[in-house]
Write a protein that binds this ligand. Structure first.
Ligand SMILES: *Cc1c(COP(=O)(O)O)cnc(C)c1O
Length: 371
């Protein structure tokens, strides 16, 4: 059996570099609650990402839940079914109702032209996702939000470091969230962050992620516990130093896939735009069963047989899960583009550690099936 090729591989700091950081933590005996490494990581992330206010979190789901609290969102939230399930779960955990709107098949992102028709008197927010790190049409979305007085919260879990015309995509909307999970381009094992626009809001977010404590005895809000600890903050500082090199490797992988799949009948991949700085977090392909002569699932399982593990991100659609499928907006008829994408997508292996042989094996399997 050929070597196993996984869809992702975590970027790990060297143990040698990590040990002195651990020694510092052990010496100080300060292991969580806004310690030194936590403060350093927040500052380093601001510098790296080009944002002004960031709060580090223990994972990428809690910043979504906390942001909806901080923005005091109630009622209905317009969102996309084509995402990781945490996006919609965050709305549900706040006791709000998700309203699904279809996506643009070119980007996988919420189609701004369909948002207005989904607005009701109960709508209070729009929660789009920059799927695969493709920036949403933020200006159009903001114009709708302004017109109807809605908040905009971006799930930017895939968009670490993504820029449009040199500006961070994380500055769009009222808030943006990141995930630093092991499977993401930049990881702190588990981790995440919430980006906001001003220091007062950051202060409130920092209260909320620590039970609502605003002082030793004062609790100002029904907060939660989602603080990042010192060990993972230190790990995150080290990974930040090597993330650019990892993104460069990912870019080379993307270039290889693009050049070898350009003329593959029935295989589509997403075109890049000149004005965007990508992070190459995923490489989705879309299999047209008719043209390709094999369905997405047939190809997916054929890859697995050969020890090549892609992922069907995002399949099934969030709107098909038992919690959400009863909603009126969850119907297939309402979501034709998202349904088609979910039926055709495979994310190919994409990480910093793929060798030339790995990539050749993957491509050979995808293209030779015609011969
Ligand atoms: C990974 C991910 C999350 C959740 O992040 P965790 O760190 O795993 O909690 C949320 N939204 C999207 C789109 C994701 O891909």
């Amino acid at each position: 059996m050929d070597k196993k090729i996984t869809v992702t591989s975590p970027l790990l700091p060297s143990l040698e570099d990590f040990m002195p950081y651990l020694e510092k933590i052990w010496e100080s005996k300060w292991i969580t609650n806004n310690g030194n490494f936590h403060k350093q990581l927040e500052q380093a992330l601001c510098d790296y990402l080009g944002v002004r206010f960031i709060s580090a979190f223990t994972n990428g789901t809690l910043p979504l839940i906390t942001a909806l609290q901080a923005l005091r969102i109630t009622g209905e939230v317009i969102t996309t079914p084509y995402s990781f399930v945490a996006t919609t779960h965050a709305i549900w955990w706040n006791g709000n109702k998700p309203v699904f709107v279809d996506v643009d098949p070119m980007t996988g992102n919420l189609d701004p032209d369909l948002i207005e028709a989904a607005i009701t008197p109960r709508t209070t927010a729009i929660m789009p996702v920059h799927v695969y790190g493709n920036p949403c049409e933020t200006e159009k979305i903001q114009a709708i939000a302004n017109k109807y007085g809605l908040k905009v919260l971006y799930d930017a879990a895939h968009a670490f470091g993504v820029k449009v015309d040199g500006h961070s995509i994380l500055e769009a909307g009222d808030m943006s969230t990141l995930s630093f999970h092991a499977t993401k381009t930049y990881n702190t094992i588990e981790g995440g962050a919430l980006i906001c626009r001003d220091s007062e809001t950051k202060k409130r977010i920092d209260y909320l992620k620590n039970f609502g404590f605003a002082g030793e005895t004062e609790v100002v809000a029904p907060g939660i516990n989602s603080k990042m600890d010192e060990v993972r903050a230190a790990y995150g500082l080290l990974n930040l130093k090597q993330v650019d090199a990892a993104i460069q490797k990912r870019k080379e992988v993307a270039r290889f896939y693009q050049s070898h799949l350009l003329n593959a009948p029935g295989i589509r991949y997403m075109k890049e735009r000149e004005d965007i700085t990508y992070n190459y977090s995923y490489f989705p392909i879309f299999v047209d069963a008719q043209q390709y002569g094999m369905s997405r699932d047939e190809l997916y399982f054929k890859m697995r047989e050969k020890n090549i593990f892609g992922r069907r991100y995002f399949y099934p659609l969030i709107s098909t899960f038992p919690t959400y499928r009863g909603l009126k907006s969850a119907s297939k008829e309402n979501l034709p583009n998202a349904t088609k994408m979910a039926d055709e997508v495979i994310c190919l292996p994409m990480h910093h550690d793929l060798s030339r042989e790995d990539l050749e094996r993957i491509i050979a399997l995808i293209v030779t099936h015609h011969k």
